[in-house]
Design a protein around this ligand. Structure first.
Ligand code: TXA
Ligand code: MG
Length: 307
């Protein structure tokens, strides 16, 4: 683990540093340093048309980069930042390198809620930070996950490990209204008091390049309880408060506690690959509202076969 000052000097040199946020770890570089940004794409093996989220410490970091302020932008920012919300806005094209935006005219913005990372951002200015995982794998929620994907010596900024366990909720303006392009740590109905409506979600959104790619997947095949009965050769992933015909190998916590499930999910998907057993079997029989919608989407994507 490295200090804020060590992270600062690495980033000033154009290096990439893993940073904790309240959602998941990110791989951070300065958005103005093209070597650093390119290194992020290489490290993650990320397709070049998949844009990065720009993280700032303060709204004033973002104003010079936004071409038009969308309606209710400041209301949402005041209500949810710092926090697990990402807002996509029209970007000043000459101020943000095209590689950061995946060549789109827009930029995704977020102020994360994490003391050390905010302190670093105050010193560095805005940093791009995709989740700290090789593309397609579950996001990193623990330093060990970063070590598995990027090596034991990879620099990781000190500070509390991510608590939410799922990524930020992403909103984008579509025909004058905000819509959800990625379900995340903030439930859709929490926007109602600020917007007067619940942003709609179109699964497989064409608005967000990242939604097209395979995600969150363990290496082992993952079967869903809603589609297949469990078998003795499966690694059972489920909840402490439910009974199963075979012993649970991995617990996601209590089925009534979606926050707890979210904080365990990616760790569980990574743990599956370390255990004996032919394939994973995960209990996806959960309610559909609130944070459960995010969990259902992540579990379903993790179960999708490679093409
Ligand atoms: O919680 C989070 O958001 C974490 C932490 C590290 O902040 N970051 C994260 O970044 O999840 P990443 O790169 O793994 O996911 C960002 C998603 C991708 O699906 C990407 O396609 C989408 O945001 N995205 C970024 N910029 C966009 C844009 N301008 N328009 C549409 N989608 C965008
Ligand atoms: Mg990601």
């Amino acid at each position: 683990m490295i200090s804020i000052d060590d992270a600062l000097s690495l980033i000033q040199k154009g290096d990439v540093v893993a940073i904790p946020t309240e959602t998941v770890y990110g791989l951070a570089a300065s958005y103005t340093n093209l070597d650093g940004v390119e290194r992020i794409f290489q490290l993650k093996n990320r397709p070049s048309d998949n844009p990065l989220i720009l993280h700032g410490a303060d709204l004033s970091d973002f104003y010079p980069l936004i071409a038009h302020l969308p309606p209710d932008f400041e209301k949402l920012a005041a209500a949810f930042w710092p926090g697990p919300l990402t807002l996509i806005v029209d970007s000043c094209l000459d101020k943000i390198p095209a590689i950061v935006r995946g060549n789109l005219p827009t930029i995704a913005l977020r102020i994360p809620n994490h003391p050390q990372t905010l302190a670093l951002l105050k010193k560095t200015g805005p940093l791009v930070a995709p989740s700290a995982n090789i593309s397609g794998r579950p996001s990193a929620t623990h330093p060990d996950h970063i070590k598995v994907d990027f090596g034991t010596d990879f620099p990781i900024l000190e500070g509390e490990f991510p608590q939410n366990g799922v990524e930020s909720t992403i909103l984008m303006i579509d025909q004058g209204k905000w819509s959800l392009v990625r379900l995340g740590a903030i439930e859709g109905d929490r926007f109602l008091p600020y917007l007067g409506y619940i942003p709609s979600y179109k699964a497989g959104s064409i608005h967000s390049p990242g939604q097209r790619y395979r995600h969150y997947a363990p290496q082992k095949r993952l079967e869903l309880a809603s589609q297949k009965d469990p078998a003795p050769e499966a690694v059972m992933i489920g909840y402490d408060d439910r009974d199963y015909p075979y012993p649970l190998a991995i617990s996601l916590g209590n089925s009534q506690n979606p926050k707890q499930i979210a904080s365990h999910l990616y760790k569980a998907l990574r743990h599956l690959d370390q255990l004996e057993g032919l394939y994973g079997w995960i209990d996806d029989r959960l309610p559909s509202e609130g944070l459960y919608a995010t969990l259902a989407e992540r579990i379903w994507k993790a179960s999708q076969k490679k093409d």
